[in-house]
Design a binder for this molecule. Structure first.
Ligand SMILES: *Cc1c(COP(=O)(O)O)cnc(C)c1O
Length: 347
C-alpha cells in the first residue's frame, strides 16, 4: 500500500488519545544514507538519517503531525509555538492543512530566512519577540495555560510520541539498533524521543539499544556546562537554546544509554557542514553537529568508532539557511556570454 505517513505506519506504537484526527503530509520514511567514504576514514559503518527530506524540511514534521492531529481531535481552533524556525514552519504547514489558526513566536532577528519564509508561506501569524527562544517559550507556556490555545512545542507530549518514529525507522532499515546514534541537542525533545523510541522497539522487537552522543554548540551548551546559558550564541540557530525544556531527559538518555553530551565549536559545525556537502548531503548548520561531535571525539582519541555501526541524524535541510553558505562566499565569477570567455575560464 502507498505510504501514508507516520501515524498510519506506527500509530499502534504511539501513545495518542483515541479522539486524535490524523493530519498528515506523508512525513517520515526518510532515507538512511550510507556514507562509505567517510565511514572508511573513521573505520566504521556510517549512515546519515536525512531528516531534511521531511515535508517542511526538518524532523519537526514527525512530532507536528501527532501534535496537530491531537489538537484537531480535541477541538482546538488555534495552535501556538515558540520557535527557532523549523517548528514554526512545521506548525504552520500542519495547521494550514487542518484549517487551524497558527501563531508562531520567534526570537527577534535570529531566525534563518528559509524557515521564516516557510512559516509565512503556510499562512502562520508570525510574531517577533524581543528576547531569546527561551523567553518566547515562556510566553507560549503562559498563554496556553490561561486560554484554550494549544501548545505545539516539544513540551507537548504528542510531539515526543511522533518523533519516536525516526528511531523505529532506523531499526527497521538496519534490522537492529545502531551501536551509536549522534544528533544535535537544542531544546532536547528529539534526543528524548529517540531514546524513548529505541527503548520501546527493544522491548517489543529485541532490536538492541544504541549509545547516544548528543551534541550542543559551544555557545549554547547548558547540558555540558551544567547550568542555563542566558545569551546563547551559535551559527547553528536551530540549537541556539540556553534553557532546554527537556534537559533532564536528555541527560538521562545520555546516561542510561552509556553515551554522552558534548559541545563543538561553530567552526567545527561549519567544517562538518562542508564535509557532509562533499558527500552530496547539504544540511543546515545545526544538523551537522552530530557528525561534528563524532569526528571531534574520534580525532581526539576519545571515541572508538572502529567496527561500529553509527547513525548520525541530520535534522534539517541546507535550504533552510542558505545565507550561511552564500555569505561566506564571493559572488560567482561573471563572464561575457561568449564561448571564448567560458573556455578561457574553465579549460
Ligand atoms: C529543532 C531542531 C534541532 C534541535 O532539536 P531539539 O529537539 O530541540 O533538541 C536540531 N536541528 C534542527 C534542524 C532542528 O530543527
Amino acid at each position: 500500500m502507498a505510504y501514508q505517513g507516520i501515524l498510519h505506519r506506527y500509530g499502534h506504537l504511539l501513545n495518542l488519545p483515541s479522539y486524535t484526527r490524523p493530519v498528515s503530509l506523508l512525513e517520515g520514511d526518510t532515507p538512511l544514507i550510507p556514507l562509505p567514504r567517510l565511514g572508511r576514514e573513521l573505520g566504521c559503518e556510517l549512515y546519515v538519517k536525512f531528516e531534511g527530506l521531511n515535508p517542511t524540511g526538518s524532523f519537526k514534521d514527525r512530532g507536528m503531525t501527532a501534535a496537530i492531529s491531537e489538537a484537531l481531535g480535541r477541538g482546538a481552533q488555534t495552535v501556538i509555538c515558540a520557535s527557532t524556525g523549523n517548528t514554526a514552519a512545521s506548525a504552520a504547514a500542519y495547521a494550514a492543512r487542518s484549517g487551524l489558526r497558527a501563531i508562531v513566536l520567534i526570537p527577534e532577528g535570529k531566525v534563518a530566512m528559509g524557515k521564516l519564509a516557510g512559516a509565512v508561506a503556510y499562512g502562520a501569524e508570525v510574531i517577533q519577540v524581543q528576547g531569546s527562544f527561551d523567553d518566547a517559550l515562556a510566553l507560549v507556556v503562559e498563554i496556553t495555560q490561561k486560554t484554550p490555545i494549544a501548545l505545539v512545542n516539544s513540551i507537548n507530549p504528542y510531539r515526543i510520541e511522533g518523533q519516536k518514529s525516526a528511531a523505529f525507522e532506523i531499526c527497521d532499515d538496519l534490522a537492529c539498533a545502531p551501536d551509536w546514534l549522534c544528533l544535535p541537542v537544542g531544546n532536547a525533545g528529539n534526543i528524548t524521543s529517540y531514546w524513548a523510541g529505541f527503548k520501546q522497539y527493544q522491548a517489543c522487537n529485541a532490536t538492541g539499544l544504541p549509545q547516544i552522543l548528543g551534541v550542543q554548540a559551544e555557545g549554547a551548551a547548558p547540558l555540558v556546562l551544567g547550568h542555563p546559558v542566558e545569551k546563547p550564541e551559535t551559527v547553528a540557530t536551530a540549537i541556539r537554546i540556553g534553557r532546554p525544556a527537556r534537559g533532564e531527559q536528555a541527560l538521562e538518555a545520555a546516561q542510561e544509554s552509556n553515551g554522552m553530551i558534548i559541545a563543538v565549536s561553530d567552526a567545527e559545525i561549519l567544517a562538518t557542514q562542508r564535509v557532509l556537502a562533499s558527500e552530496g548531503i547539504w544540511v543546515e548548520p545545526a544538523s551537522a553537529a552530530g557528525l561534528a561531535g563524532l569526528m571531534a571525539k574520534t580525532a581526539a582519541g576519545q571515541f572508538e568508532a572502529r567496527g561500529k555501526k553509527i547513525v548520525v541524524v541530520c535534522t534539517g535541510h541546507g535550504l533552510k539557511d542558505p545565507s550561511i553558505v552564500t555569505e561566506s562566499f564571493p559572488s560567482p565569477k561573471l563572464i561575457s556570454a561568449t564561448y571564448q570567455a567560458l573556455a578561457d575560464l574553465i579549460l
